[in-house]
Design a protein around this ligand. Structure first.
Ligand code: UD1
Length: 344
């Protein structure tokens, strides 16, 4: 049987590279569109090392004006079953300082991809959305009917993209949109060959802890211990990046095998929350390293707790998470220890 071709935008990034591996292993033929603005070309070699296949690459900023024609030419000659769309900017603080750039890039990339898909008659898109669209309006666990209300331009760019895709689906019969609202992706491929490599000082908890454990930073700043949670620190629903990647495969199959059109939306999370201090302890145990902490004030915009109700994904996609917090910590540490400076 001929392999199904899939377009994967942002496929050299942290989450995208893990999806790339699983797609290749599942027999898909993939073309990555990435401009390496927050990733390294080395990732493609690592994907090849894991899977034996180097993915095809279109090196391109997907948000650039007038890029649709050249992308279509580069993609010509194949039938594409679907597009998995991750390319975009993702730093919350930066989005507050540079809202125009965030909207231009994150919405522009989606609009261009839709033009490309229309020209190629590709009718299934899986979109990388975020639990950040829920803001602070819902009690946990939150399901997909939760109120949306992001608290920053990054979050709004995710929500606006969901709206664009929904309007597009309404106007194009046969078009399938699957929005995946990620909770907190962490961990790495068990090989330790790919993982998260943030540029500069990490904003997120796991990469920061990992850099403390490996000796690159002195201590973790814990942003507040006076929340109404089990130990006063923030509670989140962490999800292993391999489980998250499996969720994309399940979503793609759900689109390709289903006789439906319109929009479907799924939370991808474990349905279980851990506090900052619980994560610190689990990471220290998994790595055998000390993780000193210093409690500092709350971070602006943080909420006490957000945990997924992921029942819908289990029911309709037949997907649920398999890996627990210890595995997340062990795999994250394995990657960090093997690559103390990331991709270098
Ligand atoms: C953040 C983003 C969210 C994004 C997600 C991606 C914010 C406000 N939100 O979510 O939009 O989709 O990352 O994974 O940035 N913490 C510390 N010290 C640190 C870092 C984090 O104590 O150095 C705490 C936070 O206060 C929070 C928890 O760890 O309670 C998780 O933080 P983080 O990893 O940044 O994720 P979110 O804030 O949930």
């Amino acid at each position: 049987m001929k392999a199904k071709s899939v377009i994967l935008t942002g496929g050299a990034g942290y989450i995208g590279s893990h999806i790339a591996v699983l797609l290749i292993e599942a027999g898909y033929e993939i073309t990555i569109i990435d401009d390496f603005s927050n990733s390294s070309p080395l990732v493609l070699d690592r994907i090849e090392k894991i899977t034996g296949t180097k993915p095809r690459l279109i090196e391109q900023d997907l948000s650039a004006p007038d890029c649709v024609g050249s992308i279509c030419s580069a993609l010509a000659g194949r039938d594409y079953a679907g597009g998995i769309h991750l390319a975009g900017l993702k730093a919350v603080g930066e989005s507050v300082d540079q809202p125009g750039r965030y909207y231009r890039v994150n919405l522009g990339a989606t609009l261009n991809l839709l033009s490309v898909m229309e020209k190629l008659k590709c009718k299934t898109i899986v979109f990388s959305s975020s639990a950040t669209v829920y803001g602070e309006l819902n009690a946990s666990p939150v399901d997909e009917s939760g109120k949306t209300g992001p608290t920053n331009p990054y979050g709004f760019s995710k929500l606006f993209n969901e709206q664009i895709l929904s309007d597009y689906a309404a106007a194009n019969a046969g078009f399938q949109v699957i929005n995946l609202r990620y909770f907190n992706p962490v961990g790495a491929h068990p090989s330790g060959l790919i993982g998260e490599d943030p540029k500069g000082i990490p904003n997120n908890l796991f990469p920061y802890i990992a850099q403390v454990a490996v000796g690159r930073r002195a201590a973790l700043n814990v942003f507040g211990d006076d929340y109404e949670t089990i130990d006063g620190t923030g509670v989140r629903d962490y999800i292993h990046v391999m489980d998250l990647a499996e969720g994309h495969l399940a979503a793609l199959r759900f689109g390709l095998s289903g006789n439906w059109d319109g929009v479907e939306c799924f939370n991808l999370g474990c349905g279980r929350g851990y506090s900052v201090l619980e994560v610190v302890n689990a990471f220290a145990a998994a790595s055998g390293q000390k993780v000193p902490v210093k409690v500092v004030g709350r971070r602006a915009g943080d909420i006490a707790e957000i945990v997924a109700n992921a029942a819908r994904a289990e029911k309709l996609l037949g997907w649920k998470t398999q890996k627990d917090l210890n595995q997340m910590c062990a795999d994250h540490w394995h990657w960090q220890e093997k690559n103390p400076d990331g991709f270098g």
